[in-house]
Write a new protein. Structure first.
Length: 166
Protein backbone atom coordinates (compact mmCIF):
# COMPACT_ATOMS: atom_id res chain seq x y z
CA UNK A 1 0.00 0.00 0.00
CA UNK A 2 1.66 3.17 -1.20
CA UNK A 3 0.16 6.22 0.45
CA UNK A 4 0.42 9.28 -1.77
CA UNK A 5 -1.48 11.89 0.23
CA UNK A 6 -3.63 12.69 -2.78
CA UNK A 7 -7.37 13.28 -2.73
CA UNK A 8 -9.46 10.82 -4.73
CA UNK A 9 -12.35 12.61 -6.43
CA UNK A 10 -14.49 11.10 -9.18
CA UNK A 11 -11.88 8.42 -9.96
CA UNK A 12 -9.11 11.01 -10.31
CA UNK A 13 -6.20 11.56 -7.98
CA UNK A 14 -5.79 15.22 -7.00
CA UNK A 15 -2.77 16.77 -5.27
CA UNK A 16 -3.22 20.19 -3.69
CA UNK A 17 -0.28 22.53 -3.24
CA UNK A 18 0.11 24.36 -0.01
CA UNK A 19 -0.12 23.25 3.57
CA UNK A 20 -1.36 19.74 4.08
CA UNK A 21 -1.46 17.60 7.16
CA UNK A 22 0.39 14.55 8.39
CA UNK A 23 -0.66 11.61 10.47
CA UNK A 24 1.33 11.28 13.66
CA UNK A 25 2.82 8.11 15.16
CA UNK A 26 0.80 7.59 18.34
CA UNK A 27 3.74 6.18 20.32
CA UNK A 28 6.29 8.90 19.50
CA UNK A 29 4.44 11.93 18.18
CA UNK A 30 6.62 11.81 15.07
CA UNK A 31 4.92 12.94 11.85
CA UNK A 32 4.39 10.14 9.33
CA UNK A 33 4.87 10.42 5.60
CA UNK A 34 3.32 11.35 3.30
CA UNK A 35 1.74 14.73 3.82
CA UNK A 36 -1.96 14.65 2.88
CA UNK A 37 -3.60 17.29 0.70
CA UNK A 38 -6.20 19.52 2.29
CA UNK A 39 -9.47 19.44 0.40
CA UNK A 40 -10.89 22.78 -0.64
CA UNK A 41 -14.57 23.67 -0.59
CA UNK A 42 -14.54 23.12 -4.36
CA UNK A 43 -13.06 19.63 -3.85
CA UNK A 44 -15.83 18.72 -1.42
CA UNK A 45 -18.48 20.08 -3.77
CA UNK A 46 -16.93 18.20 -6.71
CA UNK A 47 -16.89 14.95 -4.72
CA UNK A 48 -20.53 15.43 -3.67
CA UNK A 49 -21.55 16.24 -7.25
CA UNK A 50 -19.73 13.17 -8.56
CA UNK A 51 -21.47 10.98 -5.96
CA UNK A 52 -24.82 12.46 -6.93
CA UNK A 53 -24.12 11.83 -10.63
CA UNK A 54 -22.97 8.25 -9.97
CA UNK A 55 -25.94 7.41 -7.76
CA UNK A 56 -28.60 6.71 -10.42
CA UNK A 57 -26.14 4.60 -12.42
CA UNK A 58 -25.19 2.51 -9.38
CA UNK A 59 -28.76 2.31 -8.03
CA UNK A 60 -29.98 0.91 -11.34
CA UNK A 61 -27.34 -1.81 -11.57
CA UNK A 62 -28.61 -5.32 -10.95
CA UNK A 63 -28.32 -6.32 -7.30
CA UNK A 64 -25.77 -9.01 -8.19
CA UNK A 65 -23.42 -6.40 -9.72
CA UNK A 66 -23.73 -4.18 -6.65
CA UNK A 67 -23.03 -7.21 -4.46
CA UNK A 68 -19.96 -8.06 -6.53
CA UNK A 69 -18.75 -4.46 -6.06
CA UNK A 70 -18.98 -4.80 -2.27
CA UNK A 71 -17.17 -8.14 -2.40
CA UNK A 72 -14.42 -6.56 -4.52
CA UNK A 73 -13.95 -3.87 -1.86
CA UNK A 74 -13.74 -6.57 0.82
CA UNK A 75 -11.17 -8.47 -1.26
CA UNK A 76 -9.05 -5.32 -1.64
CA UNK A 77 -9.15 -4.66 2.12
CA UNK A 78 -8.14 -8.27 2.78
CA UNK A 79 -5.35 -8.02 0.19
CA UNK A 80 -3.85 -5.02 2.00
CA UNK A 81 -3.39 -7.33 5.00
CA UNK A 82 -0.52 -6.52 7.31
CA UNK A 83 0.41 -3.36 5.40
CA UNK A 84 -2.90 -1.78 6.41
CA UNK A 85 -2.74 -3.15 9.94
CA UNK A 86 0.81 -1.89 10.50
CA UNK A 87 -0.03 1.64 9.32
CA UNK A 88 -3.16 1.72 11.48
CA UNK A 89 -1.07 0.58 14.45
CA UNK A 90 1.37 3.45 13.85
CA UNK A 91 -1.35 6.05 13.62
CA UNK A 92 -3.67 4.81 16.37
CA UNK A 93 -1.42 3.07 18.87
CA UNK A 94 -3.98 0.24 18.97
CA UNK A 95 -2.71 -3.33 19.25
CA UNK A 96 -2.24 -5.68 16.30
CA UNK A 97 -4.98 -8.12 17.37
CA UNK A 98 -7.57 -5.37 17.71
CA UNK A 99 -6.84 -3.91 14.28
CA UNK A 100 -6.67 -7.33 12.61
CA UNK A 101 -10.11 -8.02 14.09
CA UNK A 102 -11.48 -4.70 12.86
CA UNK A 103 -10.13 -5.32 9.37
CA UNK A 104 -11.75 -8.76 9.31
CA UNK A 105 -15.01 -7.40 10.67
CA UNK A 106 -15.13 -4.75 7.97
CA UNK A 107 -14.55 -7.15 5.08
CA UNK A 108 -17.00 -9.60 6.70
CA UNK A 109 -19.69 -6.93 6.94
CA UNK A 110 -19.17 -5.90 3.32
CA UNK A 111 -19.68 -9.54 2.32
CA UNK A 112 -22.76 -9.72 4.56
CA UNK A 113 -24.19 -6.64 2.83
CA UNK A 114 -23.45 -8.31 -0.53
CA UNK A 115 -25.43 -11.40 0.56
CA UNK A 116 -28.31 -9.15 1.66
CA UNK A 117 -28.27 -7.44 -1.72
CA UNK A 118 -28.49 -10.76 -3.52
CA UNK A 119 -31.34 -11.98 -1.31
CA UNK A 120 -33.27 -8.73 -1.70
CA UNK A 121 -34.96 -9.03 1.70
CA UNK A 122 -33.76 -5.53 2.63
CA UNK A 123 -36.32 -4.21 0.09
CA UNK A 124 -39.12 -5.38 2.41
CA UNK A 125 -41.29 -5.78 -0.68
CA UNK A 126 -44.96 -6.10 0.15
CA UNK A 127 -47.98 -6.43 -2.10
CA UNK A 128 -51.42 -5.71 -0.75
CA UNK A 129 -53.67 -6.95 -3.55
CA UNK A 130 -56.65 -4.99 -4.73
CA UNK A 131 -60.16 -5.91 -3.61
CA UNK A 132 -62.28 -4.42 -6.39
CA UNK A 133 -65.53 -5.81 -4.92
CA UNK A 134 -64.94 -4.47 -1.41
CA UNK A 135 -67.75 -2.38 0.02
CA UNK A 136 -68.39 0.45 0.59
CA UNK A 137 -65.46 1.26 -1.78
CA UNK A 138 -62.99 -0.91 -3.70
CA UNK A 139 -59.50 -1.27 -2.26
CA UNK A 140 -56.66 -0.43 -4.69
CA UNK A 141 -53.59 -2.57 -5.29
CA UNK A 142 -50.86 -1.26 -2.96
CA UNK A 143 -47.16 -2.05 -3.31
CA UNK A 144 -44.39 -1.12 -0.91
CA UNK A 145 -40.64 -1.49 -1.15
CA UNK A 146 -37.56 0.26 0.13
CA UNK A 147 -35.72 2.31 -2.48
CA UNK A 148 -32.35 4.07 -2.35
CA UNK A 149 -32.58 7.83 -1.99
CA UNK A 150 -29.08 9.03 -2.75
CA UNK A 151 -25.46 9.22 -1.69
CA UNK A 152 -24.49 9.18 1.97
CA UNK A 153 -21.51 10.77 3.70
CA UNK A 154 -20.04 8.65 6.50
CA UNK A 155 -18.06 10.23 9.29
CA UNK A 156 -16.44 7.26 11.03
CA UNK A 157 -15.43 7.13 14.67
CA UNK A 158 -11.69 7.44 15.13
CA UNK A 159 -11.71 4.93 17.98
CA UNK A 160 -12.51 2.20 15.42
CA UNK A 161 -10.17 3.17 12.57
CA UNK A 162 -10.72 0.07 10.43
CA UNK A 163 -14.25 -0.87 11.46
CA UNK A 164 -17.05 -0.08 9.06
CA UNK A 165 -20.41 -0.88 10.56
CA UNK A 166 -22.90 1.58 9.11
Amino acid sequence: MALTGELFIASKRVRRDGPGFQAVAASTGTPLEPSFSMATRDDVEAAAAAAEAAFPVYANLPRDKRAAFLEAIADEIDALGETLTERAMQESGLPHARLTGERGRTSGQLRLFARELRLGEYLRARIDHALPDRQPVPKPDLRLRMIPLGPVAVFGASNFPLAFSV
